[in-house]
Each structure stands twice: as structure tokens, then as C-alpha cells.
Design a protein around this ligand. Sequence first.
Ligand SMILES: Nc1ncnc2c1ncn2[C@@H]1O[C@H](COP(=O)(O)OP(=O)(O)OP(=O)(O)O)[C@@H](O)[C@H]1O
Length: 248
Amino acid sequence: MTVQLLDRITHQYGSRLVLDEISLSVKPSQILCLMGPSGCGKTTLLNLLAGLVSPTAGKVAPSLSSVAYVFQEPCLFPWYTTVENIAIGLKAQGVNQTRRLQRARTLAEKVGLADATHLYPQQLSGGMKQRVNLARAFAIDPSLLLLDEPFSSLDLGTRGQAQKLVMNWVAEHETTAILVTHDLAEAVLMADHLIVFSARPARMVYCWENEKPPQQRDAVYIYRILAQLQAVPEVAASFSLETPLSLF
Ligand SMILES: Nc1ncnc2c1ncn2[C@@H]1O[C@H](COP(=O)(O)OP(=O)(O)OP(=O)(O)O)[C@@H](O)[C@H]1O
């Protein structure tokens, strides 16, 4: 079953056109990766899906009831412990304290934080904080999980663990995840479907379907596809910047 999330969306900030007639459809239990040059409008697109901004023209699906948004930085409440931070979305949903702390503990275990349930964010490593962040998103059992470069500041090992957590969650639930990334290897590992945007204003310039199911995406496969995709001009162009940097 395909669900149309965006229907010919155009978005402008003042006179600056950022998104130009973007339509987007997804399937449950799939990960859609979005790539594109810095500043092309990927975060704006996630913000539209989260209802944080309204489009200038076009339609956002009205049925996006449970949306969880994971940012690059974990944004945890410093005065709350791990379980309290995980439970925060459930509090907003009106779940009683006993039940929300119970669910938060279960999720803390699931993301490998069973021994850190009572710790505060300043007592956690960067990787642990991002796992709290993911568990907080999982807690509300979202139908749509928005991920804006959530692994980019993690070291390689921690990043691999966090990627697996998201892949497992999506595979086991009716969740659709939309992941913005600048890391092509991450996209080949995680994406069931990849969309590449042009420089601003963002237009879809390239789409790719992952032919392998998640459990068969080993290193040999990832490096082979990586080499193929890097040779695609639209994909190579997605690593460029909106405003070129001067190195000297
Ligand atoms: N609130 C805002 N008001 C005005 N302009 C904005 C606003 N938010 C973003 N922009 C502009 O819109 C464009 C797209 O920004 P956006 O953050 O969506 O890009 P992005 O593709 O996510 O970039 P990056 O990959 O660097 O995170 C940029 O030119 C940015 O300066």
C-alpha cells in the first residue's frame, strides 16, 4: 500500500524558492532516504511533513497522526533521566506515569541502555544520548519517523549500532522512516528507496530502489552499489554546496 505524503508541494521563504513541485509517496515498513546538496531544502521538506511549516502551495497528507522527528542533535531535557526523557512524548499523549515509565524502561533496554535508565544527559556519551533520542521517538509508536542526519556526529561503531536500531524498528513495525543523509554508504545500507534532489530549488533528479532486502546488504554489496551511484552525475552533484566554500 502506497501513501502519498506530499502532493506538488512548493515552498518559498519570502522570495527564496526552496521546494519546487515535490510529490512524495511512501510504503509502510520502508526507509526512504533523501539526499541533495546542502541548502537544497531537505530539512524544509521534513518540517513540512512534521507540520512545523506550511507549504506555499500543494498538499501535505492530512492523516499524519503520529509523527516522530529525530534531529541531528539529541535535544534531551538536562533535568530528566534517561527513562524520563524517553517517556516525554507519552506524557504529551496522556499515558499515565506508571505505564509510560514501564514502556520507557522497555525501550531503554531495547536500545542497549538498561544500565543507564537513571542517568542524566550530562552523564551519557554522545552515542548514548542519540539512543535515548531514538527511543523517545520509538516510544510513541510513530507511523512516520523523520530523521534529519541523526547519525552524522557519531563515531563509526556507534553509528552502525544506531543505524541497525532504526532498520530493525522499521522492519518490525508499520513505520515509514524518512532519513535525510549526506552519507551515500549510509543510504545504500539503510534505504529501500533513495531520492536525490537538485540544488535549490529542490527538484527530484534521481531515484534508486534497493534491490536487496536489509539483511543481505553486506559490505561487498554496499561498496559495489556505492561505486555505481557515485558515477551518476546527479548523485555526484548532490555532494556540492549551495554556496561554494573558499578554501584559501
Ligand atoms: N526559516 C527560514 N527562513 C528563511 N530561509 C530559510 C529558513 N529555513 C531555511 N531557509 C533557507 O532555505 C534553504 C533550504 O534550507 P534547508 O535547511 O531546508 O536545506 P537542507 O537541504 O536541509 O540543508 P543542509 O543539507 O545543509 O542541512 C536554504 O537556502 C536556507 O538558507
